[in-house]
Design a protein around this ligand. Sequence first.
Ligand code: SAH
Ligand code: SF4
Length: 358
Amino acid sequence: MPTEATILDLTPADAAKRLTDWVAAQGLPRYRTAQLLRRLWVAPIASWQDATELPRELRDRLDDALPLPRLVPEVVQQSQDGTRKFLWALADGEKVESVLIPTATRRTLCISSQAGCALGCVFCATGRMGFRRNLATWEIAAQAREIVIRHPADKPTNIVFMGMGEPLLNWDAVDAALTILNSPEGLGIGARHITVSTVGIVPGMLALAKRPEQFRLAISLHSPHARDRLALMPIEKKYPLKDVLEAATAFHRRITFEYVLMAGKNDRERDAVALASLARRLGANVNLLPLHPGGNPDLSATTATRIRQFREELTARGIDAVVRRSRGLDIDAACGQLRVKMEPKLRRDQGSLVGRAS
Ligand code: SAH
Ligand code: SF4
């Protein structure tokens, strides 16, 4: 069960209203509202006791009246390439992952929107575990908040909804979380630096398109042929490729196709030709992703040589295509993989995990 709504579930505008009312009801001076609001997202704290600009007696009252919920890191792993992976324990025992990927110019945080996923894509470790529950707004946005609390210098510059779950099947919570991540009174991350990744949930795509901010959309395509796509992604039955592409044209912004290359499934030359023609029609660029092992033992990754060729088959047709380097391979930093791998171990030995967080 998701936790009850808290002050961190509200958009900054709604939180400001709630704080204004609370401050007035407590007979406090009005300037306290801005002081409190700042501590939710702009300069976040672990608990009100850390807001040392406030009198102790007020901090105690806040702890009772407006508690700040936390995500508890069950495991934190650091890859040799600097990628950091977090496995968060939620209040009801569910677990979700985030991955922080630093490069020379940005720090991208990959976040989860659901515990598990109902959609069962055959190559995906999260899909294999099935659907557990939707995350609450605060549980989504707090994946970034927790990082800022620990190390303000590590504040993410970019957010991608490419962790566990299908964000557009948890639209209400994701909608509010997008506002928190983007708003200047929230985490202040530019909309163009926030990407929602979806298999193509058409109503959710239309809802995202209605938002005035320039949030980015990535569509997990994985095959340009409906029949091949259906074999990889059962959702193709409910939202067929042609409807997804039509909804994408309503988006009126540049979109990205994500394409996980799997040997013999979607990496033939005719796949590249058809993919190029779809990408051209929609003005989409293409992210090619090497298959991460662990999602399904029956699938094998396309070789590095063939991935390069596939990219050239796209670029030769005028498509902007990049191969995403696999980051954090040594720490299982792909969708759902840490949780799946840790589960037997977590059950066996709660006490002595490598990299267990303090
Ligand atoms: N549910 C959404 C967002 C989360 S998955 C979606 O599917 O788009 C984020 C990305 O990780 C998707 O593009 C998905 O195809 C990819 N992914 C899943 N399993 C993978 C694996 N084993 N190897 C590489 N990428 C994978
Ligand atoms: Fe769900 Fe995305 Fe994994 Fe498919 S790839 S099962 S939609 S998380």
